[in-house]
Design a protein around this ligand. Structure first.
Ligand SMILES: Nc1nc2c(c(=O)[nH]1)N[C@H]1C(S)=C(S)[C@@H](COP(=O)(O)O)O[C@H]1N2
Ligand SMILES: [Mo]
Length: 258
């Protein structure tokens, strides 16, 4: 069961909506921001008026549901999410999950392995020391959560497109599916998996990923909403069927991003 959240003090709904709008496809984003990023503009975009005046969470739900098919068509695999200077990193970076922080998976990194399955040549599982040896990339990007907050974080790890090459993944497959230690899961489309900023993440702010943010491995997908960024990942499958995910199965749209 998802937790009930209180409105977050100090979150400016207008700014949050602007951040979320950056995840919309180019054309609708322009329209949206021209309309002063207002809830009114959202109501027009979504063609409905379920939005109550000051609930940014509802607004984000609408963005999340906003016409899956149109989003998929407009997704530009070369559009980069904005990157920020170190001085803008949100500290402390928020923890979020469908449970409390002290209930987060506490994984033994020595025993953990990343299981690989589906349409790949090499299904050998990966240990942490093996993953730490792969070439590292870094990003400082904004994470936008449908529950009504956004924050800028710093993540390091392996570019997912490089990792898919290393394991001999068939990148003609349609989806990549992630399974997490506590039962969370989600699916992304292959163009998103191959996006240059999509990252198999091993570190936060150049330190080994803390438990709160997904130790030992999360996937950072800055072109997508927060719930498409799985933490505590235990398995990755390359496949042609859409396995959905935790939030997707509760009515959030599947695409949720650029
Ligand atoms: N395994 C797992 N991954 C998850 C979640 C979760 O509950 N379990 N929550 C998602 C949501 S809704 C958000 S906003 C981000 C929060 O990541 P953070 O704790 O690093 O801020 O993780 C996403 N990935
Ligand atoms: Mo989220």
């Amino acid at each position: 069961m998802p937790r009930q959240r209180k409105p977050i003090p100090g979150v400016d709904p207008k700014l949050l909506i602007k951040d979320a709008a950056k995840l919309l496809p180019e054309a609708s984003r322009r329209f949206f921001l021209r309309g002063a990023a207002s809830l009114g503009a959202l109501a027009v975009l979504s063609g409905c008026d379920i939005i109550d005046g000051d609930s940014s969470e509802n607004a984000l739900r609408v963005i999340s549901r906003f016409n899956d098919r149109v989003q998929a068509l407009l997704f530009n695999p070369n559009t980069l999410a904005p990157e920020y200077p170190e001085s803008m990193i949100t500290r402390p970076f928020p923890f979020n999950a469908y449970y409390r922080e002290d209930e987060a998976p506490d994984i033994d990194g020595d025993k953990w392995q990343l299981e690989i399955g589906g349409l790949v040549d090499n299904k050998k599982p990966w240990t942490l020391p093996e993953l730490y040896k792969l070439p590292e990339v870094s990003q400082i990007t904004r994470h936008v959560c449908v529950e009504g907050w956004s924050a800028i974080g710093s993540w390091q790890g392996v570019r997912l497109s490089d990792f898919l090459k290393v394991i001999g993944a068939d990148t003609r497959a349609k989806y990549v599916w992630f399974q997490c230690a506590e039962g969370y899961s989600n699916t992304i489309d292959m163009p998103t998996a191959l996006h240059p900023q999509t990252q198999l993440t091993l570190k936060f702010d150049h330190q080994i990923l803390p438990r709160a943010y997904g130790f030992p491995v999360k996937f950072r997908i800055p072109t997508k909403l927060g719930f498409k960024n799985p933490k505590y990942v235990t398995a990755m499958w390359v496949q042609n069927n859409d396995a959905g995910g935790y939030w997707e199965n509760q009515g959030y749209n599947w695409f949720s991003g650029l």
